[in-house]
Write a protein that binds this ligand. Structure first.
Ligand SMILES: Cc1ncc(COP(=O)(O)O)c(C=O)c1O
Length: 387
């Protein structure tokens, strides 16, 4: 079975975790600080704050952006549910907007239509590693005085108009879950160039404490901390950060390898009937966190039937990105929401395996099987009827 994804974790990464454990400093400490400094330098942001995952990064970003009860935040429904959840956590209302056909990313024109006097922010997602049209959202932010928060869970190593994701807005949130391009097991990061955000984020992720453990430990004088506001335990451990530092060193190489596989797929699938391939446009540089294909209307086989067929032939796939407004958690409160493009993208997209390193034979097997299956699924299963 060819899996959908595998984290690229090496001996070197494992050794970094091992060595860190033996230092005796195993939760947030010097390795977290080093990872933050290196991640900020990599993205071109002034500061970075490491946290336990991207969901907690988004939650803290909502707090420092001042989102509160009754505020509206516009976001895509076509995203992992954590995007909308972060808004809900602070009492805000996620206002779901449409994505652009084919790009998986928010449509700035539809976003503008949904702005009201209650709108406080736009939560822009760089879906499956493809940067959203940040220039358009920054223009909306200026026109309507809105905060831009970027959900870059999938976008470490991606770039928009030559600048790395993480450098464009005041709050950009990353994930290091194993399904992402680099991983620390679980883990997250917020980049910002605002010192006030930086200071508050560091405090909030550690119970609202005015002094962190490392500073207390290094001090030659007795230090007493205050808990300045109600905070959270959203710390990253030094064990995770040690892995993250090593992963970050490999990030550009990993992205390059992923792009090679994506290019191979694109070449192999070009010209196939009924499918739309992922394509970079408008200054996008994608890390290809996922390789997602859209099945156009008129293809004889249903998306789920194709997924089953691929599984029967040893290739794991996933459905396209979810639509949050159709999940039970949001269905009742968002009954009136209809997003035909997002719904179509979810229902008719299919994600193929992509990881590093991928054996040449695996890539060739997937490409050949997929091409042959798209053209003639009946040759692969007696169960296929009416094609
Ligand atoms: C777009 C998006 N936002 C947020 C998250 C949540 O990330 P984490 O699992 O690190 O909390 C994910 C995870 O898949 C995601 O894809």
């Amino acid at each position: 079975m060819i899996p959908i994804a595998k984290p690229y974790i090496t001996e070197e990464d494992a050794r970094a975790a091992y060595d860190t454990i033996l230092t005796g400093w195993i939760t947030q400490g010097p390795k977290v600080q080093e990872f933050e400094e290196k991640f900020a330098a990599y993205t071109g942001a002034k500061y970075a704050v490491a946290v336990s995952n991207c969901t907690t990064a988004l939650h803290l970003s909502m707090i420092v952006a001042g989102i509160t009860v009754g505020d509206e935040v516009i976001c895509p429904s076509l995203s992992y549910i954590a995007t909308a959840n972060a808004i809900t956590y602070v009492g805000g209302s996620p206002i779901f907007a449409e994505v652009e056909p084919g790009t998986y990313n928010l449509d700035p024109v539809d976003v503008e239509r949904r702005i009201t006097s209650k709108t406080k922010a736009i939560l822009v997602v760089h879906q499956i590693g493809f940067p959203a049209d940040l220039d358009a959202f920054q223009a909306l932010s200026i026109k309507y005085n809105l905060t831009i928060i970027e959900d870059a869970a999938c976008a470490a190593g991606s770039a928009y108009k030559e600048a790395k994701i993480g450098s464009h807005s005041d709050l950009v949130c990353f994930s290091f879950h194993p399904r992402k391009v680099i991983s620390t097991g679980d883990g997250g990061m917020i980049t910002t160039s605002r010192q006030d955000y930086y200071e508050r984020l560091k405090m909030l992720r550690q119970h609202g404490m005015s002094v962190n453990d490392r500073i207390r430990h290094e001090s030659k004088e007795v230090v007493f901390e205050d808990h300045v506001e109600v905070g959270y335990n959203y710390r990253m451990t030094d064990i995770q950060a040690a892995i993250g530092i090593k992963q970050l060193e490999k990030l550009d190489w990993i992205v390059n390898e992923r792009r090679k596989v994506a290019r191979f797929y694109n070449e192999a699938f070009r010209g196939l009937p009924h499918i739309k391939l992922p394509a970079e446009q408008n200054g996008q540089f994608s890390n290809f966190q996922s390789y997602s294909i859209y099945l156009k209307a008129g293809y004889g086989l249903k998306r789920n039937e194709l997924m089953q067929l691929l599984l029967d032939w040893g290739i794991a796939t996933r459905r396209g990105v979810m639509t949050t407004h159709r999940e039970s958690a949001y269905k009742r409160s968002h009954k009136e929401v209809v997003l035909p493009i997002s719904e179509d993208m979810q229902d008719n997209s299919i994600i193929l395996p992509l990881y590093v390193p991928m054996e040449q034979e695996e890539v060739i097997y997937i490409a050949e099987t997929f091409c042959a299956m798209i053209k003639n699924p009946k040759a692969f299963s007696a169960k296929v009827e009416n094609f």
